[in-house]
Design a protein around this ligand. Structure first.
Ligand code: GLA
Ligand code: ZN
Length: 676
């Protein structure tokens, strides 16, 4: 179990940040009435922070090198006067029309090599020297202007980085990136297995980014392009933050991430970010019931964001009501706003921030949820929900900076997801990596065991159990150590490791391991996986474990024990009687292998047994009703226990330390106890 500690507050504001995106430039014409009203309403709602400037470039620089900061000066002063912490954005998320008109190189080129027109947002070329120069200039001016401003608490760099650009500038930069990684064309040809379909490159210039018009089947190329695009965002972030770091070294920087967005390796980007922040938009009350999926799935996302830096983070955006882009804009049921918000805090967020404070009157987001509706007053259900939460958050100062002491780590790895997503065979590109990882997570969530989400190359220190579903790719960390070696070391020293089917198939170049799967994990797992049977949707197999029969579906791997003990055997088909679940004693620890894809009934039973055997503490020991979890934050002295009911029916919970509690539908209790 990792030790509980208290981290310093993320910004100079020592409270849970409560607020969100605020676009006063959309109300410039009415600023004398609307802005003061915004401040009145913000205070009434218990808002202590607003994020400004996100898409303000055209308002700040209406024509090239003509700047207009007066309105932002006024906004920043107003925030300071009203005791608000300003989260100040750099405006690169959307650019003024003059910029695209004068410098068309900033326009993105798509995979099909078509060039975008000016428009939308988040669509610049990542390489364009002009774009980088313009961004550097405006960021420098912002930093110089507000460096000593009392409201400035945090830099919000751009907005939701994403997408990719295939323009000639990016192609050239990609080739540079490849030269840097592979040094020689021979090495690249070898790593990409280019003798396949006569793909051998004889000059760097022949290499083009993947495209349906060209190559999509050269996995080394695909993987390199993914890595390159991800690195380009990191490089762009560094370019954006360089002036901020130089001029305001004490002000932390973040960029708002999009949960498990696959376009950028967020673990890698996190290394250059001071603070993690992310945008949370659950689909509450959908066909996947909150209790059965959404509540748990969002917990996973929250834990993942804490995992990026193993620290408290910010929930930078969430909707206080419906969104405008989900298929169905269903209203939040009473209590759900508080539940969604405190859920974030339960998993390590030190903020509840919204998109957005006041609804704009035009364009596509005019019906997106906001704290202040078109009606314009505090007399709405949503406003009351926000204000009620605001009052509750004011009592939560002691939670700011508290850590999450977890004894279990679950591996979720971007590079693994990229390679696995590309793999042909199996169930084609539907191996359901995300869903599988989340299903393993759910078994811990249901029994109130905190879990850290880590990438495969992260340190395993402090954990008792490491779970690595479908770790198809075994790559090396920065020191050149293969993940398999780290796993073996972890188990040898007494750790418990759990792996599944489709593990240890390829190395970091996406080349299949020779000598049998699961590649370099064969010894620690004590097995050889000879073949894998991918099943049609209606196919089932089964196994019996601890006298209970479990159905399996989709994947049945056929393994030979090579030292491992068989704990459960397949019940049917030509491999009936062969091992479906194995354990290998290795050094002082154990390594389990689930050869088949089970349903969550097995995962629940298996991990409950494992948690008992490893003596891992549950936040609440008694079994919880369906849809209820308990999570904890701790500073090492006090624990703050969040008991959350994601189901639409009341739930009785025996907390042990605080007696029996009855939770209303979607209710959250926050309880305190001394550190155990
Ligand atoms: C994203 C963006 C915001 C806004 C919201 C709407 O998260 O960052 O600018 O468009 O979506 O849900
Ligand atoms: Zn480009």
């Amino acid at each position: 179990m990792k030790k509980a500690i208290r981290h310093p507050p993320i910004t100079k504001c020592p409270h849970i940040l409560h607020g969100g995106d605020y676009n006063p430039e959309q109300w410039l014409t009415w600023k004398d009435t609307i802005w003061p009203e915004d401040m009145r309403l913000a205070k009434l709602a218990g808002v202590n922070s607003l994020t400004v400037g996100i898409f303000s470039w055209a308002a700040l620089e209406p024509s090239e090198e003509t700047y207009q900061f007066a309105w932002l000066d006024e906004v920043m002063d107003m925030l300071a006067e009203n005791g608000m912490t300003a989260v100040l954005a750099t405006p690169s998320g959307a650019r003024p029309a003059w910029l695209s008109e004068k410098y068309p190189e900033v326009l993105r080129v798509n995979r099909n090599r078509s060039k975008n027109l000016h428009g939308e947002r988040h669509n610049h070329c990542l390489t364009s020297p002009v774009y980088r120069e313009k961004v550097t200039r405006i960021n420098t001016l912002l930093a110089e202007r507000y460096r000593d401003h009392p409201a400035l608490g945090l830099w919000h760099v751009s907005n939701e980085y994403g997408g990719e650009c295939h323009c000639p500038l990016c192609q050239a930069r990609f080739r540079e990136w490849l030269k840097n990684r592979y040094k020689t064309l021979d090495a690249l040809n070898a790593a990409w297995w280019t003798s396949f379909w006569s793909h051998t490159y004889t000059s760097w210039e022949q290499i083009e980014s993947p495209s349906e018009l060209g190559d999509t089947n050269l996995h080394g190329l695909n993987l390199s392009w993914r890595r390159f695009t991800s690195d380009q965002f990191i490089d762009f972030y560094l370019c954006e933050t360089a002036p901020l770091k130089k001029i305001t070294p004490a002000v932390p920087c973040t960029t708002n991430l999009m949960g498990p967005y696959m376009g950028i390796d967020s673990f890698k980007l996190a290394k250059v970010m001071d603070v993690i922040s992310w945008d949370n938009y659950p689909n509450w009350h959908g066909t996947d019931q909150d209790a059965a999926w959404e509540g748990m799935h969002i917990s996973f996302n929250q834990d993942m964001n804490r995992g990026f830096k193993d620290k408290p983070f910010l929930m930078m955006e969430s909707s206080p009501s419906a969104t405008n882009w989900q298929p169905t804009a269903k209203l939040r049921r009473p209590g759900v706003h508080t539940l969604q918000s405190l859920q974030a805090i339960a998993h390590g967020s030190d903020s509840v921030q919204y998109f957005q404070f006041r609804k704009g009157r035009g364009a596509s987001e005019k019906f997106h949820g906001a704290v202040v509706d078109h009606e314009g007053t505090e007399n709405t259900r949503v406003f009351r929900d926000v204000a009620e939460l605001g009052a509750r958050l004011k009592t939560m100062d002691p939670i700011v900076g508290c850590s999450t002491p977890a004894g279990v780590a679950l591996i979720f790895d971007w590079e693994n997801a990229w390679a696995l997503g590309d793999a042909r065979g199996f169930l084609q590109q539907n191996t359901a990596y995300d869903r599988t990882v989340i299903e393993h997570y759910s078994a811990f969530w249901k029994q109130a065991v905190p879990v850290d989400i880590i990438e495969s190359t992260r340190s395993f220190e402090g954990y008792d159990i490491i779970v690595a579903p479908m770790l198809y790719m075994l790559r090396r960390d920065d020191a050149g150590i293969c993940v398999a070696e780290k796993i073996a070391e972890f188990v040898k020293n007494g750790g418990t490791f759990v792996a599944t089917y489709i593990s240890g198939y390829v190395d970091e170049d996406d080349l299949a391991f020779s000598g049998g799967f699961p590649g370099p994990l064969r010894e620690v797992l004590g097995i050889w996986a000879e073949e894998i049977d991918s099943l049609y949707p209606e196919d089932r197999n089964s196994f019996i474990w601890k006298d209970k029969n479990y159905a399996v579906h989709e994947f049945c791997e056929l393994v030979h024990p090579r030292g491992a003990e068989v704990l459960a055997k397949y019940g049917s088909d030509f491999y009936a009687g062969r091992g479906a679940l194995t354990v290998n004693k290795y050094g002082k620890g154990s390594a389990y292998f689930m050869a088949a894809r089970t349903y969550t009934d097995f995962l629940d039973d298996f991990y409950r047994d494992l948690v008992d055997r490893r003596g891992i503490k549950r936040v609440i020991e008694a079994p919880l009703p369906p849809g209820v979890t308990a999570q904890v934050r701790s500073d090492g002295k006090k624990e703050y226990v969040f008991v959350m009911n994601f189901s639409p029916v009341p739930a009785g919970v025996d907390t042990g330390f605080a007696g029996k509690k009855e939770l209303a539908p979607w209710e959250v209790l926050v309880l305190e106890r001394e550190q155990r």
